[in-house]
Design a protein around this ligand. Sequence first.
Ligand SMILES: [Zn+2]
Length: 242
Amino acid sequence: MCNYLSPLVESREAPRTGFGSFALAPIGTGTVVAAFGGTIMSRSLFSNFPTEQQSRSLQIETDSFALGPVLREPGDLINHSCAPNCGMRNATQLIAMRPIASGEEITFDYSMSDASDYDEFDCACGTSQCRKRITGNDWRLSELQMRYQGMFSPYIQRMMSASGVARLLTKREAELLMNNYDAHPQQALSRALRIATGMPHASWQSLIDAIEIDDHQRALLGGLDQSALDKLAQRLNESRTV
Ligand SMILES: [Zn+2]
């Protein structure tokens, strides 16, 4: 078994989603109901596995995924809800966010653990708070950040803090960026972004994950597209303090 499921919870077939996990007894706030395991790997390796297996996996860092087992097992079967009763205590453990009644379905919001596009889907959770479409960018929604305070995976929490402390470059830092940019674009941008995001040791991927840009630009920057790099350098240079 890769996953842990509390003895207070049972996984079984369910009408709407085909499967689900349900409380067998009342569960108190803060109780660990499940822990997700798997084989840890980078996104590029992870992308080679079947979509169904990816959907039973968990993102635990900006570029780390715990690939779920080949065959379904009990801890795999916890559905997303836009009005969930559980949240992430850390990268892998799921805890009750509020008291859960016996018979209630165990759910969490996948925005609490996923900040990539490997498991995006149309949601039919049926709750009044349903977002209809679940994406890897949902953690950026300020409403969710408020509602799920302390219930996000640590790497997402870190990205939120980074966007909170983001600051503009000083004139001198912006000049340094532009002076080094032509010879070493990625290196110069990394240095500037580490200052701007307050993440002094972050990798290129973590930096571009943390900044406010659309998915297309993020993908281009990930592939070191020259015009996307130019645009980012220009933006950082123009938004410097005087
Ligand atoms: Zn929903």
